[in-house]
Write a protein that binds this ligand. Structure first.
Ligand code: URA
Length: 204
């Protein structure tokens, strides 16, 4: 935990962890996914961003946040004064969960058991990186990090400690911004997301 902050993993320990995760059978999601999508970024990152799970694009590419939600995330981080390349970017769940509908693969929400089983990997990533701040992008990330259900809306923009003592900034998932129909609502919500992310820049 943060008792060790100041110490950082060398890259090889994250590489070893990732290799271990490639054989993960803790839950069934590995069976239908194309591949593991593990966290990526500097192992001495002071910021860890946690999403929900890889989407269709991430599953095919093998990298986190490279699809539409990733584009919004990149833009908003940039506007907030945070460089994505300084962040370690990962997900609460490391395999894509989907429902096949014809040729399309529709995102399906990971359940509590899948999130809890995968939380071991997220904990292991944090214990190697020892970040100053972790950003929970939405409810799944928050549940994984805290080990209990905590409302995103009522804690939005706040910092809550994990059981291991890592400070977690609570915010929405960027894909929420892609689902808002009304243009002015979308702009306002996006501005609020940027404001949340700016709290990261203020802490590092
Ligand atoms: N949504 C997520 O939560 N994570 C990704 O990596 C991509 C989309």
């Amino acid at each position: 935990g943060p008792a060790l902050s100041g110490e950082h993993a060398d890259a090889s320990t994250i590489v070893a962890l990732r290799r271990q995760a490639e054989g993960c059978e803790r839950c069934d999601l590995y069976k239908n996914a194309t591949q593991l999508v593990f966290g990526e970024g500097p192992t001495d990152a002071r910021v860890v961003l946690v999403g929900e799970q890889p989407g269709d694009r991430e599953d095919l590419a093998g990298h986190p946040f490279v699809g539409p939600a990733g584009r919004v995330l990149d833009e908003c981080l940039h506007e907030a004064g945070v460089d994505r390349s300084d962040c370690y970017v990962t997900n609460a769940v490391k395999h894509f969960k989907f429902e096949q509908r014809g040729k399309r693969r529709l995102h399906s929400r990971p359940n509590a058991g899948e999130i809890q089983r995968c939380a071991w990997w997220l904990g292991a990533e944090l214990d190697r990186i020892h970040p100053e701040i972790v950003v929970a992008l939405g409810a799944t990330a928050l549940f994984s990090l805290l080990g209990r259900s905590v409302g995103v809306t009522r804690n939005r923009g706040e910092v809550i400690g994990t059981p291991d003592g890592y400070p977690v900034l609570v915010t929405i998932h960027p894909s929420y911004l892609l689902r808002i129909r009304d243009g002015s609502d979308a702009a306002a919500e996006r501005a609020r997301f940027v404001k949340d992310l700016a709290k990261v820049a203020a802490r590092i």
